[in-house]
Design a binder for this molecule. Structure first.
Ligand code: SF4
Length: 454
């Protein structure tokens, strides 16, 4: 099919082919898994819930649990009130979670179920909590769904207490892997900054094999942690698209100051996070972090000729793509095609500004699709493609190496355990980029040009 993608680009006003995003509830479900003892609940039909669980399971290679309101014809016509009330009772009775986080689906949104009111009327056991986020999939993307669920955590759970500040800094990590969340926590610990991270899926979707199935693994921010986020001094939101709304809600509700930074991929964005954390405590940057940064600079010096001047196409989730674009510009690459499936004009403005500053001429699009990205590449080829697994079709059709970063990565393992954020993560990105380009050099080399040392 991809070999029939035409080179000629024409405007598609009401058609998306191979979307570079997925639907809102997946992001909401992922965020909900970052609360300890939470059972995400999908208010809609079983098919939606199965698809969302399957997609997350394939990316994380861990069982993803969620329940569903199991809509059939009756609920579709008369509304899902009765299904949801029964589901809440059954879920607390059978699975005993601490909290249920409900996301809506296209169907329940179209019907117009007032989930907030249904929850108020539901049979919720003492000490247990139910929260909800509206996640209609015909708007936004899985990143919007993640953002909406994080905002719902604040709306439902955070408690203001100006008199008893806890001296902590909240970090909303964005839609990143648990390996990234662990790395951000490690950096904060090295700096001696007490933090509350929410959502926190480390220890949930990367939990160890113990021989015993645990429906609710150890990880995740507790309901109490999120409630106490209202007593913190500062919230650092990593990634505007996924985390900003939650931080602003906390500022509005509990007067906790907020700082919105890029997802800390690459040296510049990691520096910004480190400096923000340093400002929070006035602590010195420990030698261990300085050493890591120095190692990263050393690696960049040693390897720059592998990637300097290479043209790259970057696609995926906006926060990840913005940070990667900044990093690639910083190491002398040329991100000439930059695309996200998540809508948002501010993405185009921010990336265009970065490209203009660097003197790189590129195409930038939000709300775009992979069909169009493929057309761009046919018109102006690149040396490297960076994005999620769905890029493999373009990679094969055009014989361009693909570096898999982002969500979902369905055809490789282990990636979710290893960070791309922080100085260590930047080293990993450099290794992946360099190796992909060098592998291509080896594969394409004629016998007489095949070199031992590159
Ligand atoms: S797009 Fe809508 S109908 Fe399709 S899986 Fe997502 S929520 Fe369900």
């Amino acid at each position: 099919m991809l070999n029939h993608t035409p080179k000629e680009i024409y405007e598609k006003k009401s058609l998306v082919i191979n979307p570079a995003k997925t639907c809102q509830p997946i992001g909401a479900m992922y965020a909900a898994l970052g609360i300890h003892g939470c059972l995400p609940h999908s208010h809609g039909s079983q098919g939606c819930c199965s698809y969302h669980r399957m997609h997350l399971t394939r990316h994380f290679r861990d069982p993803i649990v969620a329940s569903t309101s199991s809509f059939t014809e009756g609920a579709s016509v008369f509304g899902g009130l009765s299904n949801l009330k029964t589901a809440i009772t059954n879920v607390f009775t059978i699975y005993k979670p601490e909290i249920i986080a409900i996301n809506t689906t296209c169907l329940s949104e179209t019907i117009g179920d007032d989930v907030g009111s249904i929850i108020q009327d539901a049979d919720v056991p003492e000490g247990k909590v139910v929260i909800h986020a509206n996640t209609p999939s015909y708007a936004g993307s899985h990143i919007t769904g993640f953002s909406n669920m994080v905002k719902a955590m604040v709306t439902y759970l955070a408690v203001a207490d100006k008199e008893n500040k806890n001296g902590k800094t909240n970090i909303i990590p964005g839609f990143v892997n648990p390996g990234d969340m662990r790395e951000i926590k490690r950096i904060a610990k090295l700096l001696g900054v007490p933090i509350t991270m929410f959502p926190d899926t480390s220890g949930v979707v990367d939990s160890p094999m113990t021989g015993k199935y645990e429906m609710f693994p150890r990880g995740g921010a507790t309901v109490e942690d999120i409630a106490a986020a209202g007593k913190s001094d500062l919230t650092i939101a990593l990634g505007r698209f996924a985390s900003e709304a939650g931080a602003y809600e906390l500022e509005k509700k509990c007067k906790v100051a907020s700082s919105v930074l890029k997802t800390p991929i690459g040296i510049e964005a990691t520096d910004a996070l480190v400096m923000e954390l340093v400002r929070a405590t006035g602590a010195d940057v420990p030698y261990e972090l300085e050493e890591e940064r120095g190692q990263l600079v050393d690696i960049m010096t040693d390897t720059h000729y592998h990637y300097h001047g290479k043209k790259v196409a970057v696609f995926g989730d906006p926060d990840i793509v913005i940070a990667l674009t900044e990093f690639f510009i910083g190491i002398g690459m040329k991100p000439i095609h930059v695309l996200t499936g998540t809508p948002g004009q501010s993405f185009e403005l921010e990336v265009n500004e970065m490209l203009n500053k660097a003197g790189v001429e590129g195409r930038v699009k939000s709300g775009g699709d992979l069909f169009e990205l493929h057309q761009w590449i046919k018109n102006e080829p690149v040396d490297l493609l960076v994005g999620n697994t769905y890029g493999k079709f373009i990679s094969k059709a055009e014989d361009i190496p693909l570096v898999r970063i982002g969500f979902p990565v369905l055809d490789r393992s282990v990636h979710s355990y290893l960070p791309v954020v922080g100085y260590k993560g930047a080293m990993r990105v450099l290794e992946m980029v360099s190796n992909a380009l060098l592998d291509k050099v080896d594969v394409d080399a004629s016998d007489e040009d095949f070199e031992l040392v590159l």
